[in-house]
Design a protein around this ligand. Structure first.
Ligand code: MAN
Length: 557
């Protein structure tokens, strides 16, 4: 069962009035008990406004003497007078004195129509009965709401206690965190320092090693290119031998001219050391490796012309070329470019192990490779070495220790931040006014909607009020929780939500929410009495209070 706010107001008024019982006391017609003292038949009468004093016999003589009409409380002589109906047994009432003897019964006791005997019957008792029945009904309904309110209150109080305990625990925890903060930070810095030193040493050694390997790989490429370009295997590269590598066109005119080649070779020809140290550095990025057409050395051409029919001579020449090759290889070996396959394989295996992260027992990886390099300064096959070395066990332990303290520090900082946030939010919540018995706490975190023709209105108590067009479109904030705004005697009878979306050419939207007792939480109505100033009527068991119903004995009054 629900009832609306108007009924509640009526009910409250009725209770008050019924309690104001009246007894029959002799006084001029139309005068209330409280004003009787001013109408003493043994004294002159002083108009309330002080304008005149008249003999008492002129009170209620159907002639208006006082400007304020106070001399004619029981007649219609003064235009601005007031007539008081006693309405014994029901509720006293003041009516304009112009209604006295106008043929209409305004007072339930019929006292306003005193000239016409029998015109009015006394209906005060019936009215009282009806009012009492109404009050009884409302009280019964309120009692259901009161039960629910008790549940709300119990939950609200329990939650509050729980939150208070939570807050205390969190405060203790954050104090402990703050106490340990420096300790954990210093531990982290120390372990990170040790980690950095160890890593730095090994990284430097590894970088040195890597750059030596890369240098050797580059030299090896240079040597391979030399072998490839030296197509006649005469131990030097000539202009002719370079010609087919048009990708090396340095001035980008589309032609690899002799002059350009000579500039690259440092003359008409270049031998291996020059080529490797100078030419290769210029051409390495553009050079495209491919088998080069054999270019005959000048002496070969002559030999061939002389001995073109002599197979044996050809064999000799082949041998000679082989010899040249061998010498070339030897030359390269002398420069440190040995091509021994088994060494290569050995190195490959070692690199693979390094990359797999196989533990290095004694020395760091770079040191081991260093030793190997010292023993065998031969070339390293082309492999992509990782940017970091495989750390030694000692460094690994230091990294792990640093990571552990980093984690500890990070977790501690995160916990501290979370706690600070939770504490702030709990403190804010604990400061909120949910009523003396915490019953309104029940409404926090919930929302209630009301559909009207044009909008859906929503209230999320202690949070916001909102308006959403039913035809689609985004919602408009009608305000955020502000405060309780009921009058001093009933603070919890209204809420104020402020700072909503600014109204075009008007104020920020705001909502006044009138709260009344209901046996369920419900948004009953939403209106906009003034542009962008909204009024909601909301009922909730949290607002239900016991209703006093006067006892039946009063019926007799
Ligand atoms: C929207 C709604 C109305 C409001 C006008 C003001 O249409 O929020 O409630 O009166 O804007 O322009």
């Amino acid at each position: 069962m629900k009832w609306n706010v108007v009924n509640i107001a009526f009910l409250a008024a009725t209770v008050g009035i019924v309690q104001a019982q009246l007894s029959k006391v002799d006084r001029p017609r139309g005068v209330s008990l409280t004003k009787k003292v001013f109408y003493d038949p043994n004294k002159n009468f002083a108009c309330f406004d002080g304008s005149r004093t008249i003999p008492f016999s002129q009170v209620n003589d159907d002639y208006c003497d006082c400007n304020d009409g106070s001399d004619e409380p029981g007649t219609s002589a003064c235009p601005n007078g007031q007539f008081h109906c006693t309405n014994a047994g029901y509720r006293p009432l003041n009516i304009p004195s112009s209604r006295v003897n106008d043929g209409i019964c305004d007072c339930c006791d019929g006292s306003d129509e005193w000239k016409t005997e029998g015109l009015c019957t006394d209906t005060c008792k019936e009215l009282w009965k009806a009012a009492r029945e109404y009050l009884q009904k409302q009280a019964a309904a309120a009692s259901r709401g009161i039960q629910v309110r008790k549940e709300y209150s119990d939950r609200g109080i329990a939650l509050r206690n729980e939150n208070q305990k939570k807050l205390e625990t969190m405060k203790i925890e954050i104090e402990e965190i703050k106490r340990l903060e420096d300790e954990i930070r210093i531990k982290k810095e120390e372990t990170e320092q040790a980690e950095a030193v160890a890593k730095d040493t090994e990284q430097t050694a590894w970088n040195d090693f890597k750059s030596r390997v890369q240098k050797q790989q580059e030299s090896r490429k240079a040597a391979d290119a030399f072998t490839e370009l030296d197509s006649n295997k005469d131990g030097s590269i000539s202009v002719e031998e370079m010609k087919s590598h048009t990708e090396l066109d340095t001035n980008l005119d589309g032609v690899l001219a002799d002059d350009e080649i000579k500039a690259l070779l440092g003359g008409d020809m270049a031998e291996a050391p020059y080529f490797i140290e100078n030419t290769w550095k210029i051409i390495s990025e553009k050079y495209i490796s491919r088998p080069t057409e054999p270019v005959k050395a000048p002496h070969q051409e002559i030999d061939e012309e002389e001995h073109h029919d002599d197979d044996h001579e050809d064999d000799d020449l082949d041998e000679e070329e082989d010899d040249d090759d061998y010498h070339d290889e030897e030359d390269l070996e002398d420069e440190g470019y040995d091509d021994d396959l088994s060494e290569e394989e050995e190195d490959m295996e070692m690199k693979a192990k390094l990359e797999e992260g196989e533990p290095q027992k004694e020395n760091s990886q770079a040191e081991q490779v260093e030793q190997k390099q010292e023993e065998k300064p031969e070339e390293i096959p082309e492999i992509n070495l990782p940017s970091e070395p495989v750390w030694t066990d000692n460094t690994k332990a230091l990294i792990e220790a640093a990571e552990k303290t980093r984690r500890e520090h990070e977790e501690q900082q995160k916990r501290k931040k979370d706690l600070e946030r939770e504490i702030a939010s709990l403190e804010k919540n604990l400061k909120m006014d949910f009523g003396n018995d915490q019953a309104y706490k029940e409404l926090q975190g919930k929302c209630f909607d009301l559909d009207t023709h044009e909008y859906t209105y929503r209230i999320c108590p202690f949070d916001k009020t909102v308006q959403k067009p039913k035809g689609g479109g985004s919602e408009t904030s009608l305000g955020r929780w502000g405060s309780w705004s009921g009058p001093e005697t009933s603070k919890y009878s209204a809420m104020k939500y402020t700072g909503g979306v600014k109204c075009w050419n008007g104020p920020d939207r705001s909502t006044e929410v009138r709260i009344a007792c209901g046996d369920e939480n419900k948004l009953l109505s939403a209106s906009e009495p003034s542009r962008c100033e909204y009024r909601f009527e909301f009922v909730t068991p949290a607002a239900c209070e016991p209703i006093h119903v006067p006892d039946a004995a009063h019926d007799e009054l």
